[in-house]
Design a protein around this ligand. Structure first.
Ligand SMILES: NC(=O)c1ccc[n+]([C@@H]2O[C@H](COP(=O)([O-])OP(=O)(O)OC[C@H]3O[C@@H](n4cnc5c(N)ncnc54)[C@H](OP(=O)(O)O)[C@@H]3O)[C@@H](O)[C@H]2O)c1
Length: 315
């Protein structure tokens, strides 16, 4: 069918990791924006994980094309990459280095207009915890370096923390729900961190993937209503509870001692807290002078959940 005048051709999108937390939101956001959407899935016939098969049914019913394959299976990658204009990878951080074969395939294809690697967190070039993080950020940085050195057009999404990570407990590593009596503050409590809902990360990603302003750039997400220090976070929570909580301060040296005394990987939550709320790794640098762009500046029309709105759901 001929395209009506002015009708733009929608990019075809491949999501790798669509049964995962973020990947599912990415696939939904892509479909909601009417992009022909493909999902590379490791085992299409598996019904053992019902939440995964529910997600696959949902995506398939919503119009996604499901393809069987994996980051380790070159033929499946070649076939999938052939079908699309944009590739978004959302595999877990432990699998970050497994994106190398995908990079080769994308590079050889020469047809991909944008690749978004699986970063979706703090900027690994900016974090200052390489002596503590067991190569968590160096493997993401290695992939970024390979992407930059290739001729693949890319965008990196540096969204900082997901709301589902740490915010349900208001950054209390031993709790699953927000505290109602005592609150532990790490460091001075004055350093800000950023939390974004996964669905919002997905809608910014889908907006950025075709945008010439984000070509070969890092898109940071730092909306003012999503950027709080621990002192501000507990104050906001207290105002919602209409109650004052007892504060316990853990100074930097004590947090570092706890990190070193706790075995890996149990200590990683404290490493992320140290990086963000003591070192200021999400906010110490200026986005413009780092050559990056900020999502809410580029897409002021996109609606997203603020920290205050999220805390209302925890009351
Ligand atoms: N900023 C934050 O606070 C934060 C928090 C968590 C994660 N993240 C980041 O978000 C991204 C996605 O993480 P997530 O937690 O959403 O992941 P997740 O829920 O663990 O899902 C991972 C997905 O990757 C797929 N996958 C794993 N290995 C694969 C392979 N070899 N080939 C193809 N598919 C494979 C899985 O498929 P199967 O169904 O086959 O298992 C699943 O769909 C990562 O970059 C992670 O670092 C950020």
């Amino acid at each position: 069918m001929e395209k009506a005048e002015g009708e733009e051709k929608k990019s075809r999108v491949l999501i790798i990791g669509a049964t995962g937390n973020l990947g599912f939101e990415l696939a939904k956001a892509s479909l909601q924006s009417s992009h022909p959407t493909f999902a590379l899935v490791r085992n299409l016939s598996s019904s053992s994980h019902s939440s995964k098969s529910n997600k696959l049914h949902y995506l398939s019913n919503a119009g996604a094309t499901l393809l069987e394959g994996s980051l380790q299976d070159q033929d499946s990658l070649v076939e999938a990459v052939k079908l699309v204009d944009v590739v978004i990878c959302a595999v877990p951080s432990k699998q970050a280095l497994h994106q190398k074969l995908l990079l080769q395939v994308i590079s050889n294809s020469g047809s991909v207009k944008r690749f978004i690697p699986s970063e979706f967190g703090l900027d690994p070039y900016k974090t200052q915890v390489s002596d503590l993080d067991h190569n968590f950020y160096s493997s993401k940085a290695e992939i970024r370096q390979l992407v930059e050195a290739s001729s693949i057009p890319y965008t990196v999404i540096s969204c900082n923390f997901f709301m589902s990570y740490l915010l349900p407990s208001l950054v209390q590593p031993d709790l699953k729900a927000p505290p109602r009596d005592k609150y532990t503050v790490f460091g001075s409590g004055d350093v800000k961190g950023v939390f974004m809902k996964e669905a919002d990360v997905a809608s910014f990603t889908i907006s950025a993937m075709d945008d010439p302003r984000t070509l070969n750039k890092v898109l940071y997400l730092r909306p003012p209503g999503n950027m709080y220090s621990l002192n501000e976070l507990v104050q906001l929570w207290e105002s919602k509870l209409q109650k004052t909580l007892e504060k316990i301060y853990i100074p930097e040296e004590e947090l570092l001692k706890k990190i070193k005394e706790t075995p890996y990987p149990e200590n990683m939550t404290m490493v992320f807290i140290y990086s963000t709320f003591v070192k200021g790794d999400q906010i110490y640098f200026d986005i413009d002078s780092s050559g990056g762009v900020e999502g809410t500046h580029l897409y002021p029309q996109l609606r997203y959940t603020t920290i205050s709105e999220y805390l209302d759901t925890l009351l």
